[in-house]
Ligand binder design. Structure first.
Ligand SMILES: *Cc1c(COP(=O)(O)O)cnc(C)c1O
Length: 399
């Protein structure tokens, strides 16, 4: 597969107001009109290139959206103030009261909680299932189903969705396939595989410095404009608007995304192989032992590798906690949720990011309480990191 995604991003060249090499930051919430007539047209949404109010759109947010659409290969993209801001706007745009969603059961805890608990207010029901079981997905679709929802590589168990097969199914039933691609930017381009809407939490790899929260919805011009509609757009009316200053800093960080993803993947593959050889239970989609390995290879852009996330099973929650505390004390990374940072981050998903999922369901999903999720950092000397991690595991008799 040729790397259109990062070429498209590289080819975006902006000039700032004074000829700067970065686009100027739009430092305004509201915009002036020379004629009153243009203001009326802009309110009705039919004046190209005019800005009205920054909750609707701003130059900085449009630039960032353009860059994200370039890597995902969609017509356009709307940025939001968080990943959840993107997810909730898409769902509420597509679903009415009494509608239905078919979703993977291994999804981000916040998305799971939103579907399972919050959407009750609108009597929108969700069938959660094993997204790798295409027949089960088809069986769950009803006349009320308004979308199939999944993550390309799922959180935290790193299940790989067969996006091509799911998109064929979605097309057959005339419903959109919505894919959260937070774990695999550049590696997987869901829209090119047939997904209709691609979402990211920019908070993670795309920004990469764990200094802000942001999100994006990539899709058709028609859908993205509908989200911004002043009378009925979920994006516009729910108000999850990204600040322009932040949009501009994320856009700058994105310029190194290809290098960072390659390094995250290289380091994660190195550690996954070593830990597996040492006899640890490791889940990493780059390992042949991973159930989604072949599907991922078919769908991915190989030069970006298998991603920066892996999990190990420390046997028990006590072991997991002791190991994480020891690794943090040795400066191997932080005991923190989130991912995509330049330093390694680790957390026990069962008690943190997936705690919204009831314990019985966690067990069915294979989310044991000794599970540690690692987001592997950009360490230059990964052999040294491995040796230090291994010595922590040996001390605690996990290895
Ligand atoms: C973090 C995350 C989200 C939520 O994003 P926020 O920016 O924290 O709102 C959604 N999906 C996935 C897969 C995530 O990792």
């Amino acid at each position: 597969m040729s790397d259109n995604a990062s070429n498209n991003l590289q080819d975006l060249q902006y000039f700032g107001e004074y000829g700067g090499v970065n686009p100027s930051i739009s430092d305004s919430s509201t915009y002036t009109f020379v004629s009153a007539k243009t203001m009326i047209d802009t309110f009705e949404g039919n004046t190209e290139g005019c800005y009205l109010y920054s909750r609707h759109s701003s130059p900085s947010n449009l630039h960032l959206g353009e860059a994200l659409a370039a890597i995902e290969g969609t017509e356009t993209a709307n940025v939001t103030a968080s990943g959840m801001g993107a997810i909730t706007a898409v769902i509420l745009q597509l679903c009415d009261t009494d509608d239905h969603i078919v979703s993977s059961r291994t999804i981000y805890g916040g998305t799971y909680a939103f579907m399972k608990n919050f959407l009750k207010k609108f009597r929108i029901g969700t069938t959660f299932l094993d997204i790798t079981d295409i027949q089960a997905v088809e069986n769950a679709i009803t006349p009320k189903t308004k979308m199939i929802y999944c993550e390309s590589v799922s959180n935290p168990l790193l299940e790989v969705a067969n996006i091509k097969a799911l998109s064929q199914l979605a097309k057959k039933h005339s419903i959109p396939l919505v894919v959260d691609n937070t774990f695999s930017p550049l590696t997987i381009a869901p829209a090119k595989l047939g997904a209709d809407i691609v979402i990211h939490s920019l908070t993670k790899f795309i920004n990469g410095t764990s200094d802000c929260v942001a999100g994006v919805i990539c899709g058709t011009t028609e859908f993205c404009l509908a989200l911004k509609d002043v009378n009925s757009g979920a994006g516009m009316l729910l108000g999850s608007t990204l600040d322009s200053l932040r949009a501009s800093s994320i856009l700058k960080n994105m310029r190194t995304l290809h290098l960072r993803i390659q390094k995250h993947s290289e380091n994660a593959l190195f550690l996954a192989k070593k830990f597996e050889e040492d006899g640890l239970r490791v889940v990493y989609p780059g390992l042949e032992s991973h159930s989604g390995h072949e599907i991922l290879k078919e769908q991915m852009n190989i030069q970006f590798g298998f991603g920066g996330l892996l999990t190990i099973d420390a046997g028990s929650l006590e072991n997991a906690n002791a190991l994480m505390e020891m690794m943090q004390a040795q400066k191997l990374g932080y005991l923190a949720v989130s991912l995509g940072f330049y330093k390694t981050l680790f957390s026990a998903p069962g008690t943190s990011t997936s705690s919204e999922i009831p314990m019985e369901e966690q067990i069915i999903m294979g989310l044991g309480d000794g599970l540690i999720r690692f987001s592997i950092g950009l360490d230059n000397d990964i052999q040294r990191t491995y040796e230090m991690m291994k010595s922590c595991m040996t001390k605690l008799e996990i290895l």
